[in-house]
Write a protein that binds this ligand. Sequence first.
Ligand code: ZN
Length: 392
Amino acid sequence: MGTSKGRGPTIAKDVNRQIIYRQMKHNRETTRVDLARTLNLHKNTVNAIIGEFMETGFVEELGQQAQSGAGRKATVIQFQARNKWAIGVQITSDVIHWAVTDLYAQPIASYSVPLRDAAPDNVVQSLLSEADKLLVTYGAEACVGMCIGIPGLMEEHRSSIIHSSHLSWQHVPLLALLKDRLSIPLKLDNSVKLASLGEQWHGSGSGSNDFAYCYFGNGVGCSLVASGSVVRGSVGAAGELGHFVLEPDGPLCGCGNRGCLEALVSLPALLRQISEADGAGSSEPLSWETVLDRLHHKDPVVLEVLRGAGRTIGQALSYVVNLLNPKLVVCDGPLMQASSILFPHIESELQRRCLSAVIPVRVARSELYPYASCIGAAADAIQTWEAATYPL
Ligand SMILES: [Zn+2]
């Protein structure tokens, strides 16, 4: 919002416009009279700004207020969250997840596009062609922006990726590769950090200011939310739960250490442990779907390996809980499709290993799987647009 000498009344109106936008969004439905009373503004000011919002489509009149009483009935006005829309994207090594959301980051559509090859050129092509389709379908002029989640480390300004072991990327200037071809605002962030934002807006973490979000899949990731904000650390690498060393003589991890949590409970690690326990009789490569099917039939090998995984995860989480004292730990990712067997062991390890001062801590499965990261990405794009358009 620009400021200059002599713009006093304009600045006052800008501020009032911002306050009314945020209050309208918060209330969803209200009346001009209630807005004036709540915000302590003159009714003419509210009327003028609501008139502008009606012209630009942010507000619609619903009709007369039902309640009876003295004086004239007021007209109910409603915030139009679909007047603008956002795109949230999560890139993984074999699929790109997409969410199109309204201004509350509520999905209007969510879907996943398989990725044959995670090479940067191929990913850029896939992003461009899918984004073009969405901009035609939902209208480019109403799009507030697109944010992309990546499993990796970004440089300071989060416009390019320094390193992503899961995508096998080194120094990929992703936003620069997209910027010339897409005319909407673009952002980039770590997909696990975005997922914790998604949980905060709409998932198990909603209403929680202190929680840990943990992802268990081909890798293990964690995002810590403290006092309502994501903890980033000095170079943005906070939350490397996957590389807590739990067995110093354990299996080799991709990071070069031995016995990291990721080397013990990632999907590839668990498939390997189950195959080894199956013995020589099994020659078929094992899939996670097969393991879930065997779990459903109470296969003793699968039960034993997953019980051990639950205890190991509980041990790792006890360090997080003792350190951060979260109210909640949200567990997400494909491994949590086996939460019925994992959770009792995670919870009993937490009980056993955590200081009584940090208990109780609730462990919950993500309700947004597999779109937590996309929803968080869309929320990030909305926050960025609102901060620029209606700053407070
Ligand atoms: Zn490691």
